[in-house]
Each structure stands twice: as C-alpha cells, then as structure tokens.
Design a protein around this ligand. Structure first.
Ligand SMILES: [Zn+2]
Length: 155
C-alpha cells in the first residue's frame, strides 16, 4: 500500500499547478499525500485479512491498535474487499455460520447449498476487487483537499 501511495505521489501534476476552485488558495494537497502524512503508524497493519481460524470465528485481528488521526480516516483510500469481512460483525457471523454448517452437516443438500454460497462469496469479492476497486482508487488518487477552506475537489 505504501509503495502504491509513493507511486501515486511521484506522478501527476506538481502541487504548485493546482489551486482550490473554491477560494483559489494554493494550500492544496492530494489525498494520497494527506493520507500518508496522517497514518505513519498504520503501515504495519495493512494487508491483514487471512483465512485464519480466529478471523473466521470471531477472534480476529483488528486495526484498533493504529493511531490514525481523524483527518487521515477521512482521506483513507478505498479498501479491497475481503473474503471474511473482518470489520463487519454480522458479515463475519454469517460467513462463519455458513462455513460451520458446511463442515458439520451430513446432509448433502445443505452442504451443496453452503458450498455454493461460499463459492458465490469468493466470486463476488474477486470480481468487485478487480472491477470496482481500481475505479474507486483512481477517483481517490485524483482528489485534492484545500486546507484553507476545507473543500475537496477534483481538478
Ligand atoms: Zn479552498
């Protein structure tokens, strides 16, 4: 992720070329730059999200240890979806329940149904990450923030 942000910063217009469309101020920054400044401590945690037993059944790791500032949270880049939605308790429960019923059931029909749901989940997550996420990331990379009047804009 950090590499990605660095890459984003190294290309594109120089900050001097952009002014705020609202107040014509020059104190504008790209979202990736704002984000990197505000999240020095998050780097070690990015990339979490495996199929660990803890993740499946509720223990799960979380990002609570990070110290993102509020400003950084507002400018966070779009995230890829995970097979196990670790930040969504209901989603985590539903997936865990499906996997669990697949594992313990001796009814073929239920097993097939649960397996179908799992495959469907894998597929939809994969497709969203491949088709939707790059678009959202592209939008995010084009966003600027004016620290003078607080406007977000896309030059
Ligand atoms: Zn402004």
């Amino acid at each position: 992720m950090l590499t990605l942000i660095r890459y984003t910063l190294s290309r594109g217009a120089s900050p001097m070329a952009v002014v705020c469309p609202c107040c014509t101020g020059v104190q504008v920054k790209r979202y990736p730059m704002l984000y990197e400044e505000g999240t020095a401590s998050i780097v070690g945690n990015v990339g979490f999200g495996g199929l660990s037993r803890g993740g499946l059944f509720g223990g799960g790791g979380s990002l609570s240890g990070t110290q993102q500032s509020l400003a950084a949270l507002k400018v966070a880049p779009p995230e890829k979806r995970m097979i196990i939605p670790v930040r969504n308790p209901l989603g985590k429960f539903v997936i865990g329940f499906i996997v669990f019923s697949w594992l313990i059931s001796n009814q073929l029909l239920l097993q097939v149904f649960a397996l179908g749901l799992i495959v469907w989940r894998l597929f939809t997550v994969y497709r969203w990450n491949r088709e939707q996420w790059p678009k959202l990331l592209g939008d995010w990379q084009q966003k600027w923030y004016c620290s003078q009047c607080g406007t977000t804009f896309n030059p």
